[in-house]
Design a binder for this molecule. Structure first.
Ligand code: ZN
Length: 373
């Protein structure tokens, strides 16, 4: 899978091909669960014993269980690196690869709009998984269990073969935002507009998620995994649909086209009750705090935090956010939106040659999308 939403609460473990590799907190929680599962499972599917539950020594059981869990996630990482390698070849930047509870995620700076490029990037991951699966399968068949140790290693390769092929098969299902869904969108995009293709592919993903969720209910308690993954697919499909609509609608729109140009600023020394009167008169939700140069931004939310009786002895400077981020008027509106989302702020100052020329808010951007759509 490769989604494109931002991830917090992760730790970095290094870089591969220049891409930061991160472990999400949910991954650190799930890894021992996988190790435990592989250690105790005696499930046998098509001649593959998918765990070490039959091993009598509990040390060996847990050591191999942990090894299987770690190797499985290394394979997930390789799957993501497969996507990333092809993406980099098409000059698509990868922000990072994160391992989480349900697998891996390669966050691309921008999802390529050319169908053949998106298709190649989407297929690269499952291809890597199939190759690892086949390689493990060969090792599984060629290893002869002349000793117990070799039997454990053989079981390990059986697990890797089974789950890598499963991973490839699962990801290739045409349910957006999984890899197969991207292939579907790329295919549809050759027949219709990109936005329509995204909506159709997301629709298929959502229907798939609903079916999977219902199936999960019938398979409880093990089905809880299906329900979880169904949720992730459903949310992923809607998120990606929304962000595509925004990106396509705002294509070619610059910050200067949608910013508020006649900026109303307030001085840092103004007190909060004066600010409230000023807000009532000027009817904006946020103001740059200006004293020769921009010092911060003060919004209605900042005002609300101050009790009415304290407002006359509190200044704008005391309550403003001094984390100001400015952009140039020529910047693409979509990039401005990305900055706001990344820093979790509602407004950006528009500066040119050290002069404040405008202010752009999330509301401005959302309104523009609604008008232009
Ligand atoms: Zn993938």
């Amino acid at each position: 899978m490769h989604f494109s939403f931002s991830m917090k609460t992760s730790i970095s473990i290094g870089r591969i091909m220049g891409i930061p590799i991160k472990l999400h907190i949910t991954f650190l929680l799930i890894l021992p669960v996988f190790a435990y599962f592989f250690a105790l499972s005696t499930v046998n599917i098509m001649g593959f014993t998918l765990g070490f539950g039959d091993v009598s020594s509990s040390i060996i059981k847990y050591v191999f269980g942990a090894l299987a869990a770690v190797m499985f996630f290394v394979c997930v990482l390789l799957h993501e690196l497969g996507h990333s390698y092809v993406a980099l070849r098409y000059q698509t930047k990868i922000k990072n690869i994160t391992l989480l509870i349900f697998g891996g995620l390669a966050s691309m700076e921008e999802i390529p709009r050319k169908p053949s490029t998106e298709c190649s990037i989407a297929l690269a991951g499952p291809l890597v998984s199939i190759l690892i699966g086949l390689l493990s399968l060969m090792l599984f068949f060629f290893l002869h269990q002349t000793s117990y140790m070799l039997l454990y290693v053989k079981t390990l390769f059986g697990i890797l073969a089974f789950y890598n092929i499963f991973l490839a098969g699962f990801n290739i299902l045409p349910a957006f935002p999984m890899d197969g869904g991207r292939v579907l969108r790329a295919f549809l995009a050759t027949k219709m507009g990109y936005m329509e293709a995204t909506e159709k592919a997301a629709g298929v993903g959502k229907i798939f998620a609903i079916f999977m969720g219902i199936l999960g209910f019938f398979l409880l308690p093990g089905g809880v995994w299906f329900i979880l993954i169904a949720f992730i697919i459903y949310i992923g499909a809607s998120e990606e649909e929304k962000s595509t609509i925004v990106a396509v609608t705002l294509e070619g729109v610059k910050v200067k086209d949608i910013m508020t140009a006649d900026v109303v600023t307030v001085p840092p020394a103004m007190n909060v009750s004066e600010l409230v009167d000023f807000m009532l008169k000027t009817k904006h939700m946020g103001y740059p705090v200006f004293d020769g140069k921009p010092l911060g931004i003060v919004t209605l939310n900042d005002v609300r935090k101050i009790p009415v009786e304290n407002r006359s002895n509190t200044t704008v400077k005391d309550i403003m956010t001094d984390n100001i981020i400015s952009v140039k008027p020529e910047m693409n509106a979509v990039d401005a939106l990305k900055i706001m989302v990344k820093h979790n702020i509602g407004r950006l100052l528009v500066m040119e040659n050290n002069l404040l020329v405008g202010i752009v808010s999330r509301t401005d951007l959302i309104r523009s999308v609604q008008i232009l759509k």
